[in-house]
Design a protein around this ligand. Sequence first.
Ligand code: URA
Length: 245
Amino acid sequence: MDAERRQQYLNAMGIVPWVRRDPMVAGMQPRLIGEQAPPVETTEAEALLPDRETVVSATVPQAWEALRDEVAKCRACELHRSRTHTVFGVGAQNAGLMIIGEAPGAEEDRQGEPFVGRAGRLLDAMLHAIGLGRDQVFIANILKCRPPGNRNPRPDEVAACGHFLEQQLALVQPRLILALGAVAAHNLLHTDDAVGRLRSRVHSYGEAAIPLLVTYHPAYLLRRPEEKAKVWEDLQKLHGLLQDI
Ligand code: URA
């Protein structure tokens, strides 16, 4: 959808797109690493250790690099045979919002980046409508390799790949997760409820109880544009939550 039509559509829906107030959207501020470290009394031995901030800032980039490397070399399931590139994920490593899709498609497999095909362009437009750019969120998929013919991921492939996404979530520590479509929602929430039922609630992910919203996958919206109104509703909710948490 071009910008003018999107605007007409939003107007018709009575939805006013948010305008970014400054480059770093309120509620999207990066966490200050080491901010919550409580003051502690140090023993002589402890005083010799590097402080927490130094350790965190040194180890986090290494952890990202090691993870990226591990994904690139992965042969844990059959998908490695047909892939052109692994698709690691993209965006801000300290993003407040993490967006999780299903698996790379043909274009993503070619370029090694998530959501760069038609569905990706629609995702960009959706983010733009709430004042966000790709570089302000982190985008990843349930699978890092393309299933041939874009078939659904198999349980054994999800089982083999899942730890990569878990590590990405642990590194980003988002304050909010957006699951795009049934495959992402089902695997993150361990349910098989329809997206139409899941999208109306704020769910919680993992032990850290990260708030999680579900909405329709942009590829589904390309086939069923009449569902876009619901997605705009979900995006409004998401924007509101980002301000609050
Ligand atoms: N669909 C997805 O779920 N992920 C992508 O990266 C591209 C299309």
